[in-house]
Ligand binder design. Structure first.
Ligand code: NAG
Ligand code: NAG
Ligand code: NAG
Ligand code: NAG
Ligand code: NAG
Ligand code: NAG
Ligand code: NAG
Ligand code: NAG
Ligand code: NAG
Length: 395
């Protein structure tokens, strides 16, 4: 990114900050440390920690507002929660896993700080990745918030400084995400995502505290990235054959539809039953597309609330994790739950959906995706855009 590019982005952010439109000009966070933004039919709360979403309210088919994302009741708990499940934040500077915590750029080996599988690999940017840090709020209006982070050269073992802006904007029934990251000094890997945990029933479904009855549709995802038993890509691209457990493309399917199929054991890593997979998004074969209108790349719905989210994005992969690792240790929020049931997230109580690029592509040169993964000061900025559109149906 050339300096003129950096300057124009900074100018755009300054303009947004000048529009900071509240009566006293200092609309800080509420008493829970959260910043709300809203539009017709939607309101969400965000915190500086990881530039995370903490609450997302949309109406169900009966007009009842439901808080459909996981999070905590207050901003301060995010820094002390012992589990840190990457709740609703921006994993960075490199989302998902880096094999052996190692990569090579221009003949130089780099070793980043490991934080998973007994030190074998790095996950989501390391033990002090972006979603363990407080971003700066640089702009906040009624319907939009922008966060920034400066990630220094050498942090978590990554070469070069990265400056990033994360903007969330609400438009009617839609949550829009725009992420920009600039590598200012050296070539470095950058891949961001949004790591939101969903329960479209807000845990209020009397029949189940799980998301196994949520229906998922990935119409462009006939393939997925092959991984070993600690979920590190092995370079292969696998077919999601029709009617196989990973087939969410030939027709919509409930997350739990294949729960007892033997092939589902190990599908999300060693001894894990369920999903934690990077599905590819293959759209080019249909001709030119506009990601804002063509799609969605994913739809998730629940018939209890009738709430459906359709995800539009410019990204070419989509991670789905079915929360097989949850075990009742994570609390739900005061805005969620069903009277008389434990106020925790049970196994399969949620679904994580992450717009992203092909995971660990920095270690798979034969995929030829360097331009989407390695960024230096001369390169265009890294960008990610997505729109999550909500509706409430009866089916
Ligand atoms: C400014 O107003 C907002 C609400 O409009 C309020 O949350 C905030 O606490 C106020 N700040 C000060 C310093 O009075
Ligand atoms: C903050 O939220 C956490 C998790 O929901 C809760 O355990 C804690 O009591 C809350 N603290 C305050 C001060 O509200
Ligand atoms: C982030 O900010 C929160 C709320 O202001 C604060 O409680 C917490 O200690 C900060 N965490 C870090 C890692 O700086
Ligand atoms: C794995 O990482 C270790 C330690 O960082 C390094 O010495 C080794 O060369 C790496 N192995 C591969 C295959 O990259
Ligand atoms: C919910 O999911 C379970 C297990 O996958 C299935 O047996 C049941 O029929 C589903 N219920 C509805 C209402 O779809
Ligand atoms: C998975 O579930 C779908 C929908 O119920 C079914 O058509 C398919 O045969 C199942 N596949 C396996 C491998 O069980
Ligand atoms: C596999 O998981 C089951 C239940 O989730 C557990 O009881 C069992 O001990 C695990 N097996 C191994 C080899 O880790
Ligand atoms: C969806 O929910 C509605 C209203 O509760 C119910 O009438 C309908 O039978 C449900 N459909 C399915 C497929 O479960
Ligand atoms: C539940 O999961 C957490 C984190 O994944 C783990 O630290 C904890 O030991 C588990 N608790 C039980 C009772 O298995």
């Amino acid at each position: 990114m050339k300096i003129s590019g950096v300057v124009s982005i900074l100018a755009a952010v300054a303009t947004a900050a000048a529009q900071y439109a509240t009566p006293n000009g200092t609309a800080g966070p509420d008493e829970d440390g959260k910043y709300e933004i809203s539009s017709t039919g939607i309101r969400g709360s965000f915190i500086p920690y990881g530039a995370s979403i903490t609450n997302l309210f949309v109406k169900d088919r009966n007009g009842i507002e439901r808080d459909i994302v996981l999070g905590f009741d207050n901003a301060s708990f995010y820094s002390v929660d012992p589990f840190h499940p990457h709740l609703g934040g921006v994993p960075g500077r490199y989302a998902n896993r880096i094999k052996n915590s190692t990569f090579n750029i221009d003949g130089v080996d780099y070793h980043v700080t490991p934080n998973e599988n007994g030190g074998r690999n790095q996950l989501h940017g390391g033990p002090d990745g972006w979603d363990y840090r407080n971003f700066t709020v640089v702009a906040h209006t009624e319907d939009s918030i922008t966060f920034s982070i400066v990630d220094p050269d050498g942090k978590e073992g990554f070469p070069g400084e990265v400056i990033s802006y994360i903007t969330y904007t609400m438009t009617p029934y839609t949550w829009n995400l725009k992420m920009v990251a600039l590598s200012t000094t050296k070539k470095t890997p950058i891949m961001l995502s949004s790591h939101v945990y969903w329960n479209l029933d807000a845990f209020a479904n009397p029949e189940t505290p799980t998301a196994l009855n949520h229906t998922l549709y990935l119409p462009y995802s006939g393939q997925r990235v092959g991984v070993d038993n600690i979920l590190i890509p092995d370079g292969t691209i696998l077919p999601n054959q029709k009617y196989s457990v990973n087939d969410f493309w030939s027709s919509p399917k409930q997350i739990g539809a294949n729960l007892t199929a033997p092939e589902l054991l190990g599908n999300c890593g060693f001894n894990c039953t369920g999903y934690d997979n990077c599905y590819l998004v293959n759209r080019e074969q249909n001709g030119p597309y506009n990601w804002r209108n063509d799609g969605p790349v994913a739809s998730l719905s629940s018939n209890f609330t009738g709430i459906q989210v359709d995800i539009y994005t410019d990204q070419e992969a989509f991670q789905v994790y079915s929360c097989g690792g949850q075990n009742g240790s994570l609390p739900i929020k005061s805005t969620q739950g069903y009277e008389g049931r434990p106020r925790v997230v049970e196994q399969y109580g949620c679904i994580v959906m992450e717009v992203e690029d092909w995971i660990d592509a920095i270690n798979q040169p034969e995929w030829q995706r360097e331009k989407k993964h390695i960024f230096g000061p001369e390169d265009p900025a890294y960008t990610l855009e997505a729109a999550y559109k909500f509706s409430a149906n009866l089916y």
